[in-house]
Design a protein around this ligand. Sequence first.
Ligand SMILES: Cc1ncc(C[n+]2csc(CCOP(=O)(O)OP(=O)(O)O)c2C)c(N)n1
Ligand SMILES: CC(=O)[C@@H](O)[C@H](O)COP(=O)(O)O
Ligand SMILES: [Mg+2]
Length: 633
Amino acid sequence: MNTLLDAIHDPSDLRGLSDQEMDVLAEEIRQFLLENVSQTGGHLSSNLGVVELTLALHKTFSSPKDKIIWDVGHQSYVHKILTGRKDKFPSLRKEDGLSGFPKEEESPHDAFNTGHASTSISAAYGLAKARDLQHEEYEVIAVIGDGSLTGGMAYEALNNAGKGETKLIVILNDNQMSISSNVGILPYRLSQIRTRHLYLETKEGIRKGLAKIPKIGIPISNWIRRVKRRMKYMLVSGVLFEELGFVYLGPVDGHNCKELQKVFQQARNLDEPVLIHVRTVKGKGYEPAEENATRFHGVPSFDIESGNIVGSVFESWSEVLGRNLVRLARKYDNLVAITAAMVQNTGLEEFSHIFPDRVFDVGIAEEHAVTFAAGLAKGGLKPVVAIYSSFLQRAYDQILHDVCLQNLPVVFAIDRSGIVGEDGETHQGIYDIAYLSHIPGMTIMAPSCRLEMVAMLEYAVSYPGPIALRYPKGRVYIAPSEERRPPIVQGRGYIYKRGARVAILTVGVCRSMAEKAAKLLKQEGISPTLADARFIAPIDETLLEELASEHDLLVTVEDHIHTGGFGMQVAAFLSARKYPCEVQTMALPDKFIEQGTRESLLTNYGLCPDAIAERVRKFLARGEHNGGKKREA
Ligand SMILES: Cc1ncc(C[n+]2csc(CCOP(=O)(O)OP(=O)(O)O)c2C)c(N)n1
Ligand SMILES: CC(=O)[C@@H](O)[C@H](O)COP(=O)(O)O
Ligand SMILES: [Mg+2]
């Protein structure tokens, strides 16, 4: 059966549709989203919530001439469906497939690439300014969620853009949710206003009240009390934005396509910055997602009927962090945890139930999270800041200036380090060694397995200065033989298998790759020495000297880009010492790494047992060995 959606290949195909047809199309799109995302996985609930909003946007404005910027971009699936990409949905978030975020390389309708939160208003203001300075004519629209509006950048942009000279439309998609419930005073205030009617009525009420005072002689105190109460409603809604220089329109029912089009048209007719407050329901139209929008925020494949996740359940690195923090919090009264809007994803949910007063969700505010942690540490607490590697990029200065410069004992639990996979370029955690290891006083560790993670966490919470643990996304690695390991000693790695001629020194989870490579090589009579760096900073100079003096080749392996990585630092250290040992670094190439599964991307980029074994074979086949003797200076 032909559907309305079959006939949509471009936003202009919406033009002739009646209001009723738009409503039918909205339901077809929801069905399409469900059928596809249940197979591929992806960001479901945010997209179900913006179906009518996106339809109304594309019916009112003329993309790609008019520019729509999606904050974070995880809610851009409907936009992709309407802009000629629906046939690509079976490849969503797969290698060479459709991206889960806006990508100008994919379509001219994607006006600005996003992935990290709270950037849309700044980017839109920039585009709008560029338009005006070049005397061009088009609309610029930023669509930002209430969660993303908890990020400082959004306020910096509102403050800058609200001067009135530059036309810009901001659509605030208020669903009272970030990944989980939204936090902070502004989302709470927004929630207090339900309808536009109330807002207008309140304004009018105050005007009438003012007019009446002298006549009816209401005691002034009563009147002030009433006005104050009413003012609260005004502050709740538009006044904040109006004070910032935006015309405020709303709140509008975000599931009423006709109403949305009306208000979008109103905004279009204005000639100054406008903010439209749209109320939506995250997960709209699919019961399991409406009931648990958090679980369906970013979801793997699932069964539509039951809402159950397909595939095996496993213990993740994040869960190991969370479980052990609960244990350590019982031991240390001053231990507290901080998250930037990722309570569940960073493994802190259980902690938040057991110690609700000792966990702080600060919203999507990584910079604030770090300086807030610095303050907590200064005040005598032991903060553990759990943030993804790619989002921590934002807080570089706060780490350097507020934490490290004062040598404060803050623990950074850097989740999603290395390749994250399906989220692609914007989310890969492959720069953290480079942006952290040169900061004086910063200690960085990388656990190679669950046992090491637990030991390192224990070490970190009693360490007297700034310290970070980097660990990846997904299933925690449980070492097959839980052999006795040496205790954690500051800045020291260790050799766990002694061999000859070649040494392999690994960072974190790359250890298991080296162990597998060694098994392959053993069948060929090659026995490399294996060492676990444990610490990325400070670098273990004693271990490096030992490895370099006893081997012809030292191979380093890390799931991080090459430049600024561990291997580069090892090579720099040894090059000054003139050992006859060659250093080869195995790391990710210095480029933005695309989406795909973690496993296949690591393999494609040569971080796998086969590639390590091949490196060793090739070197030995060259036959140029120096016998490990120190070169004369
Ligand atoms: C800097 C940054 N921190 C954290 C995230 C992870 N993240 C992605 S979406 C999201 C919640 C966004 O909430 P909102 O903007 O309200 O959109 P909704 O999903 O509710 O539509 C978070 C925390 C991110 N993408 N970028
Ligand atoms: C859009 C976004 O930034 C998050 O939803 C992110 O995709 C979460 O990643 P994980 O699924 O690895 O927790
Ligand atoms: Mg939201």
